[in-house]
Design a protein around this ligand. Structure first.
Ligand code: SF4
Length: 455
């Protein structure tokens, strides 16, 4: 790609909403722009180019985004005198034509497949008439963002996409419409990327995909996800994690790989979404509650000490009190250690948006509170069980809990806070692995003290 000289020396800022795939793509946006000579800045107000990587899974994120983009209109002029606002990711892909109406300050709408063309779109916009919208939402669905340059947010962690898109069409979800069908990357290209990021300091690899368990189906099934996971573990990387997992595609081979390869972290995030068979069927999830519980039992039996977490939705159309109770019961029955809880968010273009019996907001909110309480209880119990033990923590950096406090995660993905040892510097410890003696537990994290040397 030829370097558009007009971009060199401009400043840029990227804001990310949503999932890990968006965080990964934001790193690619940064890498791509820096390869064209743009310089990163920490605040939108200082940037000539502002990029918003958007998510359309939840309505709240849409509203938040529109507010932030409209604030750009009153921000002070950037160094070049002209600010370009680009909207990327799922919202741009789904709704490019609405971007003009809902975000009049936007200059560019680029879809999930247009990422490699962003520098050209910026040039086109800056050379064009102010106030006009440049749109690129072509859908060839064959580009892999992993082939683009990258500027990783943290040297010690690398998001590595192994597949794109989803074939499942859960009735509430927009992903298959904005990211296309499943396409797996070759294991050769994945392993080559892992070798590269490891050489640059990555100690934790996060394998990404909308449905990682079905990795490789489009490549003739070889390697399977479990086989790929073992290959990644054998590269010598210290920590391997993966997300997202669909229960219908989780195999026993994957659980066995987790049990047998010490580098694969004992944490499984397996989205149940509901505990009611009726609602699971309406969601198009293609498993029943008993199937989920059987997988949870297998996970606990095969992978000693595993932490099992999930996603749960309340207020799906037609959800009765009885259905909701089945979801509440699942929290205990599956022996969960944590869960993300959501109110069903109506997304235009999905089948669920046209379903009758949408649940009134006050009922959905009341159910969410009861569910959150159940999750808090099991999560507190899981965290309390760590008190008195030593956990191995990958240090991420300063914690938001206060001055001089660091944060990191245990192998099971429990959040661990601990004070910075005397004489040590937070930036030097970030990316190292330390043992932390757990002294105290809260509902969603533990606190402790470093015991021993950082490595
Ligand atoms: S599995 Fe279902 S919820 Fe997950 S991305 Fe695919 S369609 Fe969406």
């Amino acid at each position: 790609m030829s370097t558009p000289t007009t971009l060199s020396g401009l400043t840029y800022w990227v804001k990310t909403f949503g999932c890990q795939m968006n965080f990964h793509e934001a790193e690619r946006v940064s890498g791509l722009l820096e390869a064209q000579g743009l310089l990163p800045v920490g605040r939108a107000a200082e940037a000539d180019v502002c990029v918003f990587m958007t998510c359309c899974v939840r309505e709240k994120a849409d509203t938040h985004l529109a507010g932030q983009v409209s604030a750009m209109a009153s921000a002070p002029a950037p160094p070049s005198g002209r600010r370009t606002v680009a909207i990327g990711g799922c919202i741009a892909q789904r709704d490019a034509n609405n971007v003009r109406k809902s975000m009049p300050r936007a200059d560019i709408a680029f879809g999930t497949q247009a990422l490699p063309r962003l520098p050209e779109l910026i040039v086109q916009s800056r050379e064009g008439k102010p106030g006009s919208l440049v749109v690129d939402v072509e859908e060839p669905y064959d580009a892999f963002s992993a082939d683009l340059p990258q500027r990783r947010a943290h040297a010690w962690r690398a998001w590595v996409p192994i597949m794109y898109g989803c074939n499942n069409f859960c009735t509430y979800c927009i992903v298959p419409y904005v990211r296309g069908r499943e396409r797996s990357r070759s294991s050769r290209s994945i392993l080559a990327e892992i070798a590269r990021v490891r050489a640059n300091g990555a100690r934790e690899i996060y394998l990404l995909g909308q449905n990682v368990n079905s990795y490789g189906h489009d490549l003739g099934g070889e390697p399977s996800f479990a086989e790929l996971l073992r290959e990644v573990a054998l590269t010598g990387v210290e920590r391997v994690r993966f997300t997202s997992s669909h229960p219908k595609d989780l195999t026993m081979e994957t659980l066995d790989a987790m049990a047998e390869e010490p580098a694969i972290m004992p944490h499984l995030h397996l989205a149940a979404q509901s505990g009611s068979d009726r609602i699971l069927e309406a969601m198009g999830r293609r498993y029943r509650k008993d199937d989920y519980l059987a997988l949870a039992r297998e996970a606990h039996a095969r992978v000693p000490g595993i932490a099992l977490t999930t996603d749960l939705i309340v207020g799906f159309p037609g959800e009765t009190e009885e259905d909701f109770q089945a979801t509440l019961d699942l929290v205990d029955e599956a022996d969960l250690q944590g869960a993300y809880t959501f109110i069903y968010s109506k997304r235009e273009g999905t089948r669920a948006a046209r379903m009758p019996n949408q649940v009134p907001s006050e009922i959905a909110h009341e159910r969410l509170e009861r569910l959150a309480e159940a999750v808090r209880r099991v999560s507190a119990k899981a965290h309390a069980s760590l008190v008195g033990s030593k956990v191995e923590v990958l240090v991420e950096g300063p914690s938001k809990r206060g001055e001089g406090i660091l944060v990191g995660h245990s192998p099971e993905n429990f959040t661990v806070h601990f004070p910075l040892p005397e004489g040590a510097r937070a930036e030097e410890l970030a990316g190292s692995i330390v043992d932390v003696e757990v002294k105290d537990a809260r509902s969603f994290y533990v606190q402790g003290e470093i015991a021993g040397e950082a490595r």
